[in-house]
Design a protein around this ligand. Sequence first.
Ligand code: ADP
Ligand code: MG
Ligand code: ZN
Length: 490
Amino acid sequence: MATTYEPVIGLEVHAQLFSKTKMFCGCSISFGAPPNTQVCPVCLALPGALPVPNARAIELAVRAALALGCTVNERSVFARKNYFYPDLSKGYQISQFDLPLNTGGKLVIDTPSGPREVGITRIHVEEDAAKNLHGVGHGTDTLVDFNRAGTALIEIVGEPDLRNADEAEAYLKKLREVLMFVGVNDGNLEEGSFRCDANVSIRPVGQEKFGTRCELKNINSFRFVRKAIEYEITRQEAVLSAGGTITQETRTYSDGLGKTIPMRTKEDAHDYRYFPDPDLPPLVITRAFIEKLRVTAPELAEQKRTRWQKELGVTLYDATVLTGHPKIADYFEEAAAALAGKDASPEARAAAGKKVANFVQSEVLRTVTTRGLEAEFAVSAEYVAELLRLVEGGSISGKMAKDVFAEMITTGRSASKIIEQKGLSQVTDTSVIEAAVAEVLAANASQVEKYKAGKTSVVGFFVGQIMRATKGAANPQLVNDILKKMLDAQ
Ligand code: ADP
Ligand code: MG
Ligand code: ZN
């Protein structure tokens, strides 16, 4: 019988810290600047230049670690990771090795069989390399852009706890969400501020010992992570089933070919000749500093989803959509709080939450543009709350609210201003509605006969006629009530 194999996957994620400047110098890291304009002696590795750690970057690394349940070490050590490559002009990368800033954490992911805890081995701080640009300039030249060199990163090393591509994708999405909600990383895969290497091996089901792994490098989309891992699992199964052995190596994924291809044999830690960087003293942070960051930790998306379901009347689905971006989550909470008003009862808060959740999902979301951690809304949360308050108070119908909202987007005016200027107020005057109902019933005697004969479906026809007669401005609830009363009196 053919052996069945179980995949084992562990992910290493490099996440750019959301700092304006680099890890060991004051150069800007804004994306898209002309090549080699954001450089200085430190990040160009000129002789004699000395690195100075970026305090903001360290703070963000600790914030990330706390959100992932890590132990933050009061004393950690920067180490040199030595290798040669054109994008690394110092000949070494400043990283951390045996004494990293953070150790031992976890991330809980959702799987079809329920929540699953994935271990985090360590989170260390390091600097990014420069960027080789192939085939630019004269023909086949490779040029080097040092703007990225020295950018502050954390590397999050995950335990080999994942068992398939779905779990790997869920882990990455959850990790990205956590880092974005803590304000540590902008989650931008295309610009490379969140990058993943996937380690994949397989072992016969029931065997405890791990198989030999391959490391898949530089996968820059969630879709590619899935495809690369799935391809790699199939490839390794084919090799082992044919009696071969897996070579430990670094591979890359080519979407064009739909396969992973070998890059180089995998180096081991000793190949890098790590040693403490003599230019940098051990990094010492105080317990008080760590505790301060712990108590000021922002609420995570997961916590928001749970709380909103309890307090703001939304479903898990609503909450998931509304935590799609930290700024959208803030917007929803702000509008829900404004609509409920101060000192609202729990019921009123839940009712307001549900109304805002519906309106944001149906109308607001398609007018939002997000870029990294920023988001731009066409209409402020406060204005949306005011609009929904006018619906609640009966000034306009829910249907009219959509048109008013469209007008708010184009004019930038508030709902009350638009309603006043356009004379849009909803008709709640019962005598006006009664007159319209009477007119419609008189003009449609045969439909009235049908109703009396038991054909209640004609009610919809009448409502349509009355709304048309009132140009859509009649309060629908009142129309329904009055119509029913007057029909039954016929
Ligand atoms: P490096 O890749 O830098 O040499 P490690 O040896 O510590 O570092 O491994 C890094 C990653 O490889 C971790 O995410 C870990 O979970 C994963 N990993 C280690 N062994 C295996 C294995 N046999 N199969 C799959 N993943 C593995
Ligand atoms: Mg690795
Ligand atoms: Zn610099």
